[in-house]
Design a protein around this ligand. Structure first.
Ligand SMILES: NC(=O)c1ccc[n+]([C@@H]2O[C@H](COP(=O)([O-])OP(=O)(O)OC[C@H]3O[C@@H](n4cnc5c(N)ncnc54)[C@H](O)[C@@H]3O)[C@@H](O)[C@H]2O)c1
Length: 369
């Protein structure tokens, strides 16, 4: 086996594999193909041989395996996309890291903070690394907002709204791994709203306290089907966060009221530049509008946008985004929502350190329904 730093990193193209050839794998294969000057999809892995064959034929994947260990040993990929159900991520990422391959793992990266800490501990200083798919960080709108915030043109963030109000009928939960703590790690807080919460945390930074309610209101599942939280941030901003799979008019919405403007993002599963809206406060129109117009543009959020950043970092021998440290801040907020809801008390990040039961698993001491 080659050590990570001896691999083909730095010489074109990188060699990638996809593990789990179900629903989301297609988006990964398309992103890889669109960046084929830089990366080649050389192998696929799935325990379902029929699904693997159909996927391999459709996406022109030469090497096919029903066993991850065998693939890692014989293919020695640079990058492995983990597209399996969440309960498998921890062991599969560890296998990749152990074989010297960087893992790009679908959200949620693990079922718990404890598992995520184990992955971070298994990374090498010079790789291999684990990166989590949180694709909403990578559209030009989010990057533009980060730049304009850093320029000081918007003033302080005061108030935020972060809603993931989606609809998932009962039949959606027929897939055996969905709606269960032991295989999905949670309901819409962990599985759906995590994208918007990740973007909120990427924009507003460290959170300091969360108070939440989680309910199982209408679906026959183990987990919650809605949560409502308020969150304070170290920079003083206060946010309301709503995560639902019960909402007939579906929407993903983030709003931040700064001193000098309101910034809004309205979309469903991904956004372009036109999905952002900025409303300057009276007296600040010229400066705010000029700063906004000068920002990054032209990139939709999505797997391709994130993969482009991942590949660049691998070439430059830097940890690819979203790093384990950044993903942890978001996973900690998810754990905080559950801990606050189930313990009926406000929760800080420090409350979630081991030996908190919410460090060991998102359901912690368990829901009271
Ligand atoms: N980023 C996003 O927007 C987004 C969207 C949808 C799903 N996801 C995430 O992607 C992941 C997969 O979701 P999905 O909807 O594609 O699931 P899926 O059930 O459609 O596909 C999972 C695949 O993994 C295979 N598999 C199961 N056990 C395996 C093993 N031990 N080794 C190899 N393959 C195995 C299954 O046969 C199946 O083909 C989940 O973590 C989910 O949360 C992310």
């Amino acid at each position: 086996m080659l050590a990570h730093h001896d691999r083909n990193v730095g010489v074109s193209p990188l060699r990638a594999a996809i593990v789990g050839t179900g629903g989301i794998a297609r988006i990964h294969a398309e992103a890889l193909r669109s960046l084929s000057d830089e990366v080649e999809l050389v192998a696929g892995v799935d325990v379902d041989a029929e699904r693997l064959a159909a996927f391999g034929d459709r996406h022109d994947v030469a090497l096919r395996y029903t066993d991850l260990g065998k693939m890692l040993a014989s293919v020695e990929p640079d990058l492995v996309h983990i597209c399996t159900p969440p309960g498998l991520h921890h062991a599969q990422v560890l296998a990749c890291l152990g074989a010297g391959a960087t893992a790009l793992v679908e959200k949620p990266p693990t079922l718990s903070l404890a598992e995520l800490d184990e992955l971070a501990a298994a990374e090498g200083a010079d790789g291999p690394w684990v990166a989590t798919v949180f694709q909403h960080r990578f559209g030009s709108g989010a990057r533009r907002l980060q730049d304009v915030m850093a320029s000081g043109a918007l003033g302080r963030p005061l108030l935020a709204v972060c809603h993931t109000t989606w609809l998932r009928e009962q039949s959606y939960f027929d897939v055996p791994w969905r709606g269960r703590w032991d295989t999905e790690g949670g309901g819409p807080t962990m599985g759906h709203g995590i994208h918007q919460m990740d973007l909120l945390v990427a924009l507003l930074g460290d959170w300091t306290e969360v108070s939440a309610i989680a309910r199982r209101q209408a679906r026959a599942v183990d987990t919650e089907d809605l949560s409502v939280a308020h969150v304070t941030f170290a920079n003083g901003a206060v946010a309301t966060v709503v995560n639902s799979v019960l909402s007939p008019r579906e929407e993903s919405y983030i709003r931040i009221d700064f001193e000098r403007a309101t910034v809004e993002l309205t979309h469903l599963y991904g956004y372009g530049d036109d999905d952002w809206r900025i409303t300057p406060a009276p007296g600040h129109k010229e400066v705010v509008t000029a700063a906004w117009a000068a920002g990054d543009a032209g990139v939709s959020s999505g797997h391709r946008a994130q993969l482009a950043h991942v590949l660049r970092c691998l070439r430059e021998h830097r940890p690819p985004p979203v790093t384990s440290a950044d993903a942890r801040r978001t996973m900690q907020l998810v754990a905080g929502v559950y801990a606050s809801a189930f313990e009926r008390t406000p929760v800080t990040p420090a409350d979630l350190a081991a030996p908190s039961p919410f460090h060991a698993g998102m359901s912690g001491t368990g829901p009271r329904w």
